[in-house]
Write a protein of this length. Structure first.
Length: 242
């Protein structure tokens, strides 16, 4: 998803949403980056059986602790892990909590020694690591050969446009309204007479009395995103103009 104009300020409300993927993994080999871009080592092992793969999936669902891969953008000591990896340096990484909501086997290709999975997970989950850990639990190895994101929160791939359709003269036809982007946030309405002017100036308003960030609406128009403090609502992002 590409955010443009004032909507770029809404990225914080989308980037941390749960995500869904279709992932393909090649078994019987490992990669130093856990994907096809790394150095591949063939283990001469067979593709695990469908039964053994399905039996292993429940152990990798729910709340897990996951060690991020070295080939990742996380920083340690102010340095990106992938920069250390390129220099041949490996460091200890702290395991982080992630949640796998759904992990399903979607298909096997014995000839290519690949398996396809459908995955729904919390933000921050490394699918590469999930696949590698799953293979290790089966006494095998695997690396990711393809990864296709199918949803971010309530926004699905069906809402997306093909890149060849994004022409300058037709780009406006493909823009998703900001209101749809943050439709998952609770709504609080203000009146035209007493609330709109305050909100569009980014001033404090009466508390919305909801948890977390909320959409401030006026007559069906998205004005801003606010959050409650102890005595008033405070503007996080103002979208309306006077």
């Amino acid at each position: 998803m590409l955010l443009v104009g004032r909507a770029t300020r809404l990225s914080r409300y989308v980037s941390n949403l749960d995500k869904s993927y279709s992932a393909t993994a090649r078994f019987g080999a490992v990669s130093d980056t856990l994907d096809a871009d790394g150095y591949i080592t063939d283990l001469d092992g067979p593709l695990p059986s469908e039964e053994s793969l399905r039996d292993a999936l429940p152990a990798f669902s729910g709340n897990l602790l996951q060690v991020p891969p070295m080939a990742s953008a996380l920083k340690q000591g102010g340095v990106r892990l992938y920069d250390l990896h390129r220099r041949g340096i490996s460091v200890e990484r702290e395991a982080r909590p992630v949640t796998i909501h759904r992990l399903e086997l979607a298909g096997l290709d014995p000839t290519a020694q690949t398996a396809k999975f459908e995955i729904s997970c919390s933000s921050g989950t490394y699918i590469r690591t999930l696949i590698s850990d799953l293979a290790t639990s089966l006494g095998s190895g695997a690396y990711l050969t393809a990864l296709h994101r199918t949803s971010v929160g309530h926004l699905t791939v069906e809402d997306a446009s093909a890149s060849q359709d994004l022409l300058p003269e037709t780009l406006h036809n493909h823009i998703i309204p900001p209101l749809d982007v943050i439709a998952h946030l609770p709504e609080v309405a203000v009146s035209e007479e007493t609330g709109r002017d305050l909100v569009c100036h980014g001033r404090r308003i009466e508390r919305g009395r909801v948890d977390g960030s909320y959409r401030v609406m006026c007559g069906g128009e998205l004005l801003a995103v606010y959050t409650d403090e102890e005595d008033a609502g405070r503007a996080e992002v103002v979208l309306c103009a006077l």
